[in-house]
Design a protein around this ligand. Structure first.
Ligand code: ZN
Length: 70
């Protein structure tokens, strides 16, 4: 697998991930991903993207329960 930016070798590694949603910031220190040796670009596999989306949706729903209703 090659990096689409610099054609560097991609390696199985982990990358930090930050997700910003309305009033909600989620930071994961180490998400499994393919990371480029040269430029550090990270790519997630489909199952990782799905898991991240599940996590973000769950956090959003819990966060709405805590929202101030004026
Ligand atoms: Zn690269």
């Amino acid at each position: 697998m090659k990096c689409i930016h610099c054609q560097g070798e991609m390696r199985r590694s982990t990358t930090p991930l930050h997700v910003d949603r309305k009033g909600c910031h989620l930071t994961l220190d180490a998400v499994p991903a393919w990371v480029c040796d040269q430029c550090g670009e990270a790519y997630f596999e489909e199952k990782e993207v799905d898991a991240i989306q599940d996590l973000v949706e769950a956090v959003e729903q819990k966060n709405e329960a805590l929202a101030v209703t004026a």
